[in-house]
Design a protein around this ligand. Structure first.
Ligand SMILES: Cc1cc2nc3c(=O)[nH]c(=O)nc-3n(C[C@H](O)[C@H](O)[C@H](O)COP(=O)(O)OP(=O)(O)OC[C@H]3O[C@@H](n4cnc5c(N)ncnc54)[C@H](O)[C@@H]3O)c2cc1C
Ligand code: FES
Length: 560
């Protein structure tokens, strides 16, 4: 009934809709036009509310946000009531009923009061019929009851949030007035009080609200909650999101670091380089548009820096590897981090520098931020900065006392190898270096519509493997104990690929050894894993493997 009360008080000019109708003695042309206009207006806005709320409800249910689901249902009821009032009025007009009777009929329907259609309105109080007064009293009582219920619910939610929020919760405060949604993952503190990578990623739909061209082949996609609310998860600067798209009938999942700062609660941004023959990056660059919805899971990853892990940080990025550094940089400067931040950024040509203007701007405002760029080719440009590669000399010239500092490194594999070697040369202890590799997935669907002879620079370090269900010719076997299936596995095939080849489902996300989604227990055999970032030491000791990385030349038994 709360919605009915709202509808009753909808305005038509200065007067409420139905009460104003009751003042018309007869249907003059002017009255008929006014009623029709207001009724059509209600039909239109009611239908709009219904569409929006239906979408919000679906989104809320997908993300297990039952509070939002209830809000959506409530708002949908209001939308329904709006549409209903519009339709009733139009019907009344078409059936030639006098306005007073249309309004009385509506009150009767809304309150459920039975009786003749010819309700007398001759007697009453202060010029209002008794029936009118009863209806109004019932509506006001319903409104008061709805308000009381709502306030009780808000008190319950506040108590729940207080109970669920750990004392040292997020680095980032939720937007004023908003509550952390039930599906927002909890951050577990690491020894030393630093929150770890989040355990349970949020899954749901975000809407592309803006697309920015950063360089000729890099775009930033700004994603917002579909109904303009706060971003429904928290993340740490440097963590990534996984986007799932349906491309040519196949589900494709790729991970992209969130380049925006977690201090920004209204949106997250993904900055994506278009790979010439890449499936997902080409799809997003060439087909995604403002207003489109994206299936997203986030956050994941351990390559974050919140400012608490060390006093000062050196961020070394190559190409699109700037994305985690940008989130760190934005977050630290937003929070006026009081230690030194060094950003060393290397790219191919000056035109490939992503976020240069913003980095320069931030460095002008924050005296503790020091930025140094280097490009490997500057011919034909007006570039006046250093030209070459990220060598030990360049690092020493850009960062004083490098051996005492924590370094975060992300970029193309050859650049990362070269920088690691240079840092070793400079005697930086390896445990002070944290890295993230934007490894392409080691399996799953790949593009087959483009030329198969790419330019040399487009050949990935480990090219994606066609995931068509083929049986490789190998003598080693992998037995999947839960599904009772056994398949063959070649030395260059991962357990995940071997599983997919015979229809055994193992959940996966990054296919790069970083998210941990594909962890499974191994019962027998031995595997090697190129990347095992997602495994803790005790998991490794306990025989847990990453199916996307695990390869073997011998027989295996795994739980899947
Ligand atoms: C933790 C993490 C964070 C990441 N963050 C970012 C980020 O912030 N920004 C970003 O841009 N990327 C990021 N990546 C990389 C991203 O996940 C994808 O790997 C990348 O976008 C390529 O995906 P794709 O589907 O376009 O290419 P894929 O189809 O997977 O192809 C991968 C590579 O193979 C080549 N290739 C594909 N098909 C063919 C073919 N038929 N013939 C020859 N070559 C082919 C492509 O050119 C490409 O280089 C990240 C990766 C990880 C693991
Ligand atoms: S799928 Fe992410 S670690 Fe294997």
């Amino acid at each position: 009934m709360g919605s009915s009360a709202g509808m009753c008080c909808g305005s038509m000019g200065a007067k409420p809709f139905y009460p104003s109708m009751m003042e018309w003695p007869a249907l003059t042309d002017e009255a008929r036009r006014a009623i029709r206009a207001e009724a059509l207006n209600r039909l239109g806005s009611g239908a709009k509310v219904l569409t929006t709320e239906q979408y919000r409800l679906r989104h809320a249910l997908m993300s297990n946000d039952f509070g939002m689901a209830q809000d959506a249902i409530k708002a949908a009821r209001e939308g329904l009531a709006l549409t209903d009032s519009g339709a009733s009025a139009l019907r009344g007009l078409d059936e030639g009923r006098p306005p007073r009777q249309i309004a009385l009929r509506w009150f009767k329907d809304q309150t459920g009061i039975e009786g003749s259609d010819q309700i007398s309105s001759d007697d009453g109080l202060a010029g209002l019929s008794w029936w009118h007064l009863i209806a109004m009293t019932l509506l006001i009582a319903a409104l008061v009851a709805a308000l009381l219920l709502r306030s009780a619910r808000l008190r319950r939610i506040t108590r729940l949030v207080e109970r669920l929020t750990p004392p040292s919760m997020p680095l980032v405060a939720a937007a004023p007035g908003s509550v952390i949604p039930p599906s927002a993952p909890a951050a577990t503190p690491l020894p030393g009080g630093v929150p770890t990578a989040v355990q349970r990623p949020w899954k749901g739909i975000l809407r592309i609200k803006a697309i920015f061209d950063e360089t000729p082949n890099v775009k930033t996609f700004r994603l917002m909650e579909a109904n303009q609310g706060s971003i429904p998860f928290t993340f740490l600067p440097g963590q990534y999101a996984t986007v799932t798209s349906e491309i040519e009938g196949q589900k494709v999942r790729r991970s992209y670091t969130i380049s925006s700062s977690p201090t920004q609660r209204d949106y997250v941004e993904l900055t994506i380089k278009r790979e010439q023959y890449g499936l997902e990056s080409r799809h997003l660059h060439d087909h995604a548009d403002i207003g489109d919805l994206l299936e997203v899971s986030a956050p994941a990853g351990r390559f974050f820096f919140t400012g608490k892990e060390a006093e000062g940080i050196v961020l070394i990025a190559g190409g699109v590897g700037i994305t985690p550094m940008m989130s760190v940089l934005r977050s630290l400067t937003d929070r006026s981090y009081e230690h030194d931040i060094y950003l060393l950024y290397g790219v191919n040509t000056p035109a490939d520098l992503i976020f240069k203007e913003e980095c320069d701007y931030l460095a002008r405002r924050h005296t503790r931020l020091h930025v140094a760029y280097i490009v490997s080719k500057a011919d034909g440009t007006d570039w006046a900065g250093p030209v070459g590669y990220m060598t030990a000399d360049f690092i020493t010239a850009s960062v004083p006392n490098i051996t005492r500092r924590r370094v975060h490194l992300c970029g193309p594999p050859p650049m990362m190898e070269a920088v690691k070697a240079a840092l070793g040369q400079l005697q930086l202890p390896p445990d002070q270096i944290k890295t993230e590799e934007f490894a392409p997935p080691t399996g799953g669907p790949v593009a087959d519509t483009e030329p198969t002879i790419p330019a040399a620079e487009d050949i990935p370090a480990s090219p994606p493997v066609q995931s068509a269900p083929t049986f490789p010719s190998a003598h080693a076997t992998v037995a999947f104990s839960k599904s009772g299936k056994t398949g063959s596995i070649t030395p260059d095939q991962s357990v995940l690929e071997a599983a997919e080849a015979i229809g055994v489902v193992i959940d996966y996300e990054c296919r790069a050894g970083t998210c941990g989604r594909c962890k499974i227990p191994m019962r027998q055999g031995q595997v090697t894993m190129e990347v095992e970032d997602a495994l803790a030491a005790d998991e490794k000791a306990g025989g847990i493997i990453l199916a996307c990385q695990a390869k073997s030349a011998g027989d295996l038994v795994v739980d899947a």
